[in-house]
Ligand binder design. Structure first.
Ligand SMILES: Nc1nc2c(c(=O)[nH]1)N[C@H]1C(S)=C(S)[C@@H](COP(=O)(O)O)O[C@H]1N2
Ligand SMILES: [Mo]
Length: 376
């Protein structure tokens, strides 16, 4: 890692550890808006699809989308291995092919709802998608390369390059060896049955089912085995749960449980508040967790004062895909605040009051969907 000199690049953010926290009452800045316009969320009505169409899946891109030629692209597997490998996309496509539905969620989802607000990509609740990823499992490739007995981490490097808090870097993330060797981890070259789109990592990305988005390295060009804990920026500085800038924090790994409501009725253009007709309807949505299967979803229509159980559909997408839930509701005219709360088999659930952290990560506070029920 090199440090970029502020003098040579005046517009580069200063070097001061984790990102800034907004002052009380400080609105979303033009810089946050710039990020939000590049990195869009899922339109919540798209929760209707079991498999999120590629163009409706959320996006998070730290730097620029790199320009890569699939025909010339090569993946290297090196470092602490007996036999370093270089594979073309054609080589990877000849290997065993697996398709898996995986719910991806950005670790920063919910950040903009924290008080005070950590200044970064200002997600509300929409940084999620559930796609079908096709590729070849990573573990057999690592075994063919022959992991050194003292291997500790596997470092995944993307072809994108930028500066973050003054540190110039390739986007890189490491996984502990045991996590990299999980059967489910894929080197993916297709999304929803088509070659990866540029914004989703074409021509090759990592998929780490159950983990927050930052682990799923896009534009993957190198897999390198190391014998000491990786200290790269995205592991050691960025994606950690900490209370203040000096707190070493704990690394983010798996996705906390969350349920989202597919907003019923029709929206008000500006506020997105919902308008719904009185009478029987079915409210539905999706629920997921990266720790264990979702076992229960409860629904509130009064902003969390009372809860009633929803029914869960049979899982359609496997262990790492979100699950649909449904709730029968017959509202009278009036104003309501809908929300849903998922609980997984590990006992984890969603808070009604969110603990704060410095980076604005893993905020799985129950969503608030304002609904006005009005007769025609
Ligand atoms: N190379 C690279 N990989 C990356 C990123 C990136 O900026 N560069 N962003 C990560 C983050 S923070 C998230 S949330 C997911 C988003 O994946 P998606 O844009 O396909 O939804 O990609 C991850 N992989
Ligand atoms: Mo992310």
């Amino acid at each position: 890692m090199t440090t970029v000199d502020d003098v040579s690049r005046p517009a580069v953010t200063d070097v001061s550890g984790p990102s800034r926290v907004a002052a009380s009452g400080e609105g979303i800045s033009a810089e946050e808006l710039q990020l939000a316009a590049r990195n869009h969320g899922i339109p919540l009505e798209a929760l209707r699809y079991d498999v999120t169409p590629a163009g409706l899946h959320y996006l998070l891109i730290h730097y620029d989308i790199p320009e890569l030629d699939p025909a010339a692209h090569a993946l290297t597997v090196d470092g602490a291995v007996d036999r370093p490998l270089t594979l073309s996309l054609a080589d990877l496509r000849e290997r065993p092919r697996v398709t898996r539905q995986v719910t991806l969620e950005c670790a920063g989802n919910g950040r903009a709802l924290l008080h005070p607000r950590p200044v970064s990509q200002p997600w509300l609740v929409e940084a999620v998608g559930n796609a079908e990823w096709t590729g070849t499992p990573l573990a057999p490739l690592l075994r063919e390369a022959g992991l050194a007995p003292d291997a500790v981490d596997v470092v995944f490097t993307g072809a994108d390059h930028g500066v973050e808090r003054g540190v110039e870097q390739d986007y890189q993330r490491a996984l502990p060896v045991a996590d990299a060797l999980r059967d489910e981890v894929l080197l993916a070259y297709e999304m929803n049955g088509a070659p990866l789109l540029p914004q989703h990592g074409a021509p090759l990305r990592l998929i780490v089912p159950g983990w927050y988005g930052m682990a799923h390295v896009k534009w993957l060009r190198s897999v390198s085995v190391v014998t000491e804990a990786f200290e790269g920026y995205q592991n050691a500085v960025a994606y950690r749960l900490r209370q203040d800038a000096d707190d070493p924090g704990i690394p983010l790994t798996r996705i906390e449980p969350r349920a989202l409501v597919r907003p019923p009725g029709f929206p008000d253009f500006m506020s997105r508040a919902r308008v719904l007709r009185p009478g029987p309807c079915t409210v539905d949505g999706r629920a997921w967790s990266g720790h264990a299967p979702v076992v229960a979803v409860e629904v509130t229509t009064d902003g969390g004062a009372t809860w009633a159980p929803a029914t869960l559909d049979e899982p359609t997408g496997g262990e790492f895909a979100w699950r649909r839930w449904r709730f029968a509701w017959t509202p009278e005219p009036g104003r309501y605040v809908l929300g849903a709360r998922a609980t997984d088999a590990s006992g984890r659930t969603q808070p009604v009051e969110q603990p704060w952290n410095r980076g604005g990560f893993a905020n799985n506070l129950v969503q608030r969907v304002e609904v006005a029920v009005v007769p025609e």
